[in-house]
Design a protein around this ligand. Structure first.
Ligand code: ASP
Ligand code: MG
Length: 461
């Protein structure tokens, strides 16, 4: 058994869907498979936009809704054979009606809750599986749409629900035991024990595929996307970036940490637990091998494998005024950040200075700052701590590699390459793992920095 997942960018046009259908048909002819799909490309963003407009009583949400309906119906007409077309279009229309009712509710109440938003977002994947499953049927493949709300059980953290693994695995197994047709499963969406619709977090379809793969002990989880696997850097920044043929799960996690288009990080866990390889493949170049992610490192040599980076970063500095209790401060700081679900992307300590700097996404700055100021209000008032400072317009770059701490020369080369190219390092840390060195630079220097690093480590001249 294999699980194939197709992201939105693999199913953005009818022609692209045809390509995906060929890949599915080819795999299905070789053995049992399950298919997981995202919403058509851009649909999730569009649904969020509609929901926001409806909440603001901006009636143009209806125009977006019409366009969404027209697009899906056109795809159905283009892809689905006569025998199934009408059923498919009726199913699509009844989902659009459900969406319309939800949006009308939002606009009447002028209020959008995370719970309602998840209901609205679920429509994207529920629409796409109708198109894909019926198109497969038209190609004489016995396929069925499967709503993942029947098999994936979560808590009620709407927007980023946590999966209850035992319940989920047993319902996946029960469901697949009971059916013989090829299941085309909605990615991204799930349901709570109480039956409320939830979502797994943006890009969560990978996670759906991994859960199904793990439950069914699949031989592989194939993530079909629009790039040739995991690249050594973002090709939009570094044209020379190349495909990494093999990565370990941990390396893949490091590479995807800063938004590199690799894999949704929680999806790695189920694969790791069952030791199932994850293949990242390009729908539009199915002959290229892509990247294989598994648990055997290709070598033990110290090496740099790639770079990933993220802009829109803010560094927040918390600094004591010669306070005796540095450790207590750190403890309280990290405790309060964790409690408020603020996840620092980078932490640098200067214990002698009683200072900590941590990086957050800029949109989280206000919240992070308020939380820290509240926690340390007394200390700040008593002048035992300096006011909290925030530095904006920064980017963070991860240098991802293997056994890097064994080779101090690697950090030397990193700093050299940046220095030589006149890039100011705002902050840097050797990550707690040997797999990551993180560097904060000014956002305007990000592309140049990644290019200089790529060049320093990979250029053949
Ligand atoms: N459609 C969802 C999103 O755009 C889930 C996914 O694509 O994996 O985030
Ligand atoms: Mg998507």
């Amino acid at each position: 058994m294999k699980v194939l997942k197709f992201g939105g960018t693999s199913i953005g046009t009818p022609a692209q869907i045809r390509t995906a259908l060929d890949i599915i048909a080819d795999s299905a002819s070789k053995g049992r498979i399950a298919v997981v799909v995202s919403a058509l490309s851009g649909v999730t963003d569009r649904l969020i936009e509609m929901a926001n407009r409806a909440a603001a009583k901006d009636m143009t949400y209806l125009d977006l809704l019409d366009r969404l309906e027209a697009r899906h119906i056109k795809y159905a007409q283009t892809l689905i054979g006569k025998e199934n077309r009408e059923t498919a279009i009726n199913d699509l229309r009844s989902l659009i009606k459900e969406l319309k009712n939800l949006l009308r509710g939002v606009s009447l109440l002028r209020h959008l809750t995370p719970k309602t938003l998840d209901r609205i977002l679920s429509i994207g994947e529920r629409l796409s599986v109708i198109i894909i499953s019926h198109s497969l049927k038209s190609g004489h493949i016995a396929a069925e749409a499967l709503d993942a709300r029947r098999i994936i059980v979560t808590d009620e953290t709407f927007g980023a629900a946590r999966v209850k693994l035992d319940k989920t695995y047993s319902s996946i197994r029960a469901c697949f035991r009971a059916c013989s047709a090829l299941q085309v499963v909605t990615g991204y969406i799930a349901a709570s024990v109480n039956g409320n619709t939830t979502t797994l977090g943006r890009s969560g379809s990978d996670y759906t595929a991994a859960l199904i793969g793990a439950a069914l002990n699949a031989t592989a989880i194939e993530i079909w996307t629009d790039v040739n696997g995991v690249l050594s850097a973002d090709p939009r920044k570094v044209p020379e970036a190349f495909t990494l043929p093999y990565l370990t799960y941990e390396e893949a996690r490091e590479m995807s940490q800063f938004g590199a288009k690799v894999i949704f990080p929680p999806a790695l866990r189920p694969a790791i637990d069952r030791n199932i390889p994850i293949l990242i493949r390009n729908t539009f170049q199915p002959d290229s091998r892509g990247t294989i992610i598994n648990n055997h490192p290709q070598s033990k040599k110290s090496t740099v494998m790639g770079f990933s980076s993220l802009n829109g970063i803010t560094l927040i500095r918390v600094k004591g005024n010669g306070m005796p209790d540095g450790v207590g401060i750190m403890g309280r700081l990290f405790h309060i950040l964790a409690k408020e679900k603020i996840n620092p992307l980078f932490i640098s300590l200067a214990p002698g200075d009683h200072a900590v700097r941590f990086a957050v996404k800029t949109e989280e700055t206000q919240k992070a700052r308020a939380v820290v100021e509240k926690e340390f209000a007394l200390e700040i008032q008593a002048n035992m701590m300096e006011t909290i400072k925030a530095e904006n317009n920064l980017s963070i770059i991860a240098v991802v590699g293997r056994n890097m701490s064994r080779l101090p020369a690697i950090s030397g080369r990193v700093f050299n390459a940046l220095g030589r190219n006149g890039i100011k390092i705002v902050a840097a840390t050797q990550g707690s793992s040997e797999r990551n060195i993180s560097i904060v630079v000014n956002q305007k220097d990000e592309t140049k920095a990644v290019r200089s690093l790529h060049d320093a480590f990979f250029s053949r001249t």
